[in-house]
Design a protein around this ligand. Structure first.
Ligand code: ADP
Ligand code: MG
Length: 351
């Protein structure tokens, strides 16, 4: 019935994740006056009353694509599925308030396993002070699927978008980058070792920070509060889910600016540096393309620099330029290298 007789089809790979979203959503027009911001940011923004706006965001996690249950404990998975959404709420400068949780499960999961998943969801909801207010439950013939939607609230006019960065603004990141991706590499390696020798016990001691960043990430709820205390309102903000490079490109595209990112300024944990050496990986590449850091990346006016410069949680990693200058990494050797957006690669499974 749905057979396509037309041979002129276009592969998803030719568009990539971000191109695909743009392509599928380009014809949606905003009809409601209450829609302040539709598609295109970390969360949509909806007018609520004269004082507040609501933000809403959703993320989907699929077994075999986003997680591997041979080394991801279900409790951690539940926790992470909430965190990845709350991170998008904080990236709007909003406070999360409610979540809904939808799951698709097969008979392979006993009740006790799903209780574990929900123990993780409950823990995250408690720590981040959000109510679980709904969801959906259905069966799956393949793996486990979890979709969480998060709602949040922000004072009218206080939401921070990807689109507000100005030429000469400073580019700032919280925490450090690349650890979650390396944690995944460590866990994947241990899985392979275990397959060959099921009696082996992994020694994860040298990688505790990396594995924790992969299995139990936190959303940076402290950063919007810290910025308020310091009297700094970011001009643009995004959370780092796909890797620093992609997120910088999003800010540049939406704000119509360019960017110079300085390689020697990218914050890296010592475990990232030593593990990159061990795995023969380039730490800058990992920070740029690794993803799942859930740190906040934002721009500030140069006037605000004195307010943040001594803060141990924040690092200035670059500055915004004129759009025509493009987006570049300035390497340690001083070479200008164009940044490339990675995102989700639809070709990955067929490689
Ligand atoms: P994030 O990484 O912050 O979760 P995404 O890159 O997933 O953001 O999405 C970018 C924007 O595109 C968001 O506004 C999101 O709501 C929207 N979006 C993503 N997929 C779809 C889709 N299938 N249909 C409509 N909007 C989508
Ligand atoms: Mg995001």
């Amino acid at each position: 019935m749905f057979e396509n007789k037309d041979n002129s089809t276009t592969s998803i790979a030719s568009l990539g994740e971000f191109g695909l979203i743009d392509h599928l959503t380009k014809n949606f027009k905003i009809k409601q006056k209450s829609t302040v911001k539709g598609i295109g940011d970390d969360a949509a923004v909806i007018a609520c009353n004269s004082k507040n706006e609501i933000v809403v965001t959703t993320d989907l996690l699929l077994e075999g694509v986003h997680f591997d249950l041979s080394y991801v404990p279900l409790k951690h998975l539940g926790y992470k599925s909430v965190i990845v959404n709350l991170s998008d709420v904080y990236a709007m400068n909003a406070e999360p308030t409610q979540i809904t949780v939808s799951i698709a499960v097969s008979n392979r999961f006993p009740i006790e396993a799903l209780e574990e998943l929900y123990a993780g969801i409950t823990a995250a909801a408690k720590i981040y002070n959000v109510d679980v207010v709904g969801g959906d439950t259905t069966s799956s013939t393949t793996g486990l699927l979890i979709s969480v939607t998060a709602l949040g609230t922000v004072k009218k006019g206080e939401a921070v978008y990807r689109s507000g960065a100005k030429e000469n603004d400073l580019l700032v990141v919280s925490g450090d980058l690349g650890a979650a991706y390396l944690g995944l590499q460590v866990l994947e390696r241990e899985k392979e070792v275990f397959k060959v020798n099921p009696n082996s016990q992994p020694d994860l001691e040298p990688y505790t920070y990396l594995v924790e960043r992969q299995l139990k990430p936190e959303a940076r709820k402290d950063i919007p509060n810290l910025l308020k205390e310091l009297g700094v309102k970011p001009t643009a903000m995004i959370d780092i889910s796909d890797g620093l490079s992609s997120e910088i490109i999003h800010i540049c595209k939406h704000s119509k600016v360019g960017c110079n990112l300085f390689e020697d300024k990218i914050p890296l944990d010592p475990q990232v540096i030593t593990t990159c050496e061990e795995f023969n990986l380039d730490s800058t590449t990992i920070a740029l393309s690794g993803g799942e850091d859930y740190e906040l990346l934002f721009t500030i006016s140069t006037e605000d620099y004195p307010k943040i410069k001594a803060n141990p949680h924040l690092t200035v990693i670059g500055h915004m330029t004129h759009e025509n200058e493009g987006t570049h990494l300035i390497s340690r050797a001083g070479t200008k290298i164009p940044l490339i957006a990675r995102g989700w690669n639809p070709m990955k499974d067929s490689e």
